[in-house]
Ligand binder design. Structure first.
Ligand SMILES: [Zn+2]
Length: 251
């Protein structure tokens, strides 16, 4: 199984919520400064695949939350790091309505101006589909729409090719992988331990569980400790299951 040094983050926010994937800005800053101090540079997936190097790792942010623009982007600019943003196209500038959060916290996704500013600064704008749906449960025309409409819209927005797709909830099978390739995506990403059908796995960084040292283990893909991190992530990824149940009930 080929490994890649790819980190997956979601919200970087001051707002507390009962979520394993949100990260406080100070914790995120400690992780990034630690990796920079070890000589690593954060880059987008597109940049990494074009020119892989031992001292590079890939930063990805799922769902393109406004909090990432507000808290992560200024720090990454100081460090001269870039990242890949996975944008659910139908939610640009809107509030999230699929996440299961006690207290019903609704976070805003980046608007077009914010996406374009980061794109100009070297970030990769990539697709996370239209409506953040689990593609494997959909019929062919719906899958095609999720893949093709989001790609075309984001390409029109950025004026460049959108070549990367991230499967919502990290869920995929051969049928949706084939559909994504047919839609023109070159790079497909999932979550931890999900390296089937040529999909690039990523290491999710969890609040309360991870720290700068564990994040370093996640990007040291040739070390034994990397496998330990994989097992830990798979356990926590199972919590995403509850969000999917809620989404099913709502539709
Ligand atoms: Zn997502």
């Amino acid at each position: 199984m080929k490994s890649y040094p790819v980190l997956a983050y979601h919200k970087i926010s001051q707002q507390w919520e009962l979520s394993f994937t949100m990260m406080y800005p100070r914790a995120f800053e400690a992780q990034m400064r630690y990796l920079a101090g070890k000589g690593y540079t954060g880059c987008s997936l597109k940049e990494y695949l074009a020119e892989p190097a031992e001292n590079k790792f890939v930063l990805t942010f799922d769902d393109a939350y406004e909090s990432v623009y507000r808290y992560a982007a200024p720090l990454l600019e100081k460090l001269d790091f870039h990242a890949t943003l996975f944008v659910p196209n139908a939610y640009i500038g809107k509030k999230n309505d699929w996440d299961f959060t006690p207290g019903n916290i609704r976070s805003r996704h980046m608007n077009t101006a914010e996406l374009l500013e980061l794109h100009r600064k070297g970030w990769e704008i990539a697709s996370h589909g239209e409506g953040h749906r689990v593609l494997t449960g959909m019929k062919a025309p719906g899958i095609q729409y999720e893949l093709e409409h989001s790609k075309a819209s984001l390409e029109e927005l950025t004026g460049g090719e959108v070549s990367t797709f991230c499967f919502p909830f990290g869920v995929y099978n051969k049928r949706v992988v084939d559909a994504a390739r047919a839609a023109g995506y070159k790079n497909l990403v999932g979550f931890t331990g999900a390296a089937r059908h040529g999909v690039i796995p990523r290491s999710v960084v969890y609040r309360c569980v991870d720290n700068p040292r564990s994040v370093l283990r996640k990007i040291r893909i040739h070390s034994f400790c990397h496998r330990f991190e994989n097992c830990k992530e798979q356990l926590f990824h199972s919590f995403a299951f509850f969000t999917r149940i809620k989404q099913k009930l709502m539709r």
